[in-house]
Ligand binder design. Structure first.
Ligand code: AP5
Ligand code: MG
Length: 218
């Protein structure tokens, strides 16, 4: 099974992706995570991506597409993958289709997480990520066992550089203008699965499973 997850910044894509890939044995491909890792490693890609991400802007389509094309060709994608944060523009979606055609693959479902803007602000404001391994937490909804430290590696948890109030609004605005048109694009292909994103992490995951099982039975 090959999946795609979309939704506004802070809607819970990364959080749900972790649970979905574990349950269904898929590879998690998050463009945001790939860029943050590249920035940390100070690679050429990281250098390119940094200026855009910190301003809350999208990285240029061609750079992102190249990253994904290389990643999808890797061996571990053979048994299914979940794309988180890609595609984000119609251009990227068309490119993705061409890449998958070459690999003789297709997307089976597009999970769209819907969340109220008020909830988004709250989720993003409380988000903390590990400065070392990138694991994600929330001060109120998913706190680490030890205050301020990552459960997995013990390093300090920090606020993401693009989680400032200023970039938060800019990111939502860009999402609505550039990414939201994908809803119609995938709806026309009958791939869109709407998931209510309110409620607890477990509740949202339950809805995703219910949706996927529905299609599994047909
Ligand atoms: P990316 O990292 O993908 O950021 P994003 O889309 O802005 O989404 P987020 O990661 O901020 O939110 P999320 O939906 O994953 O929510 P999370 O699970 O963390 O991309 C970053 C940047 O990279 C982009 O802005 C762009 O510059 C660039 N980029 C990436 N891909 C690109 C592309 N294709 N093209 C161009 N540029 C690209 O949850 C948020 C918080 O809420 C967490 O603290 C979590 O614990 C908590 N939470 C989650 N679910 C719940 C729940 N149900 N109840 C309570 N709390 C919850
Ligand atoms: Mg994310």
């Amino acid at each position: 099974m090959n999946l795609l997850i979309m939704g506004p910044p802070g809607s819970g894509k990364g959080t749900q992706s972790k649970l979905v890939v574990e349950k269904y044995g898929l590879v998690h491909i998050s463009t945001g995570d790939i860029f943050r890792k590249a920035i940390k490693e100070k690679s050429e890609l990281g250098h390119l991506a940094k200026s855009y991400i910190e301003k809350g802007e999208y990285v240029p389509d061609d750079i992102v597409c190249e990253v994904i094309e290389d990643r999808l060709a890797e061996d571990d994608c053979k048994n299914g993958f979940l794309l988180d944060g890609f595609p984000r523009t119609i251009y990227q979606a068309v490119k993705l289709e061409q890449m998958l055609e070459k690999l003789n693959k297709k997307i089976d479902h597009v999970l769209k997480i819907d969340v109220d803007p008020y909830v988004l602000v709250k989720r993003r404001a409380g988000r903390r990520v590990c400065s070392n391994c990138g694991s994600s937490y929330h001060l109120e909804f998913k706190p680490p066992v030890t205050k301020g430290a990552c459960d997995k590696c013990g390093h300090a948890i920090v606020q993401r550089a693009d989680d400032t109030e200023e970039t938060a609004f800019k990111r939502l605005d860009i999402y609505l203008k550039s990414t939201y048109p994908l809803v119609e694009y995938y709806d026309a292909k009958e791939l869109l699965r709407n998931i209510h994103g309110f409620g607890t992490i477990e509740r949202v995951f339950f809805r995703i499973n219910r949706e996927l099982e529905k299609y599994d039975n047909h």
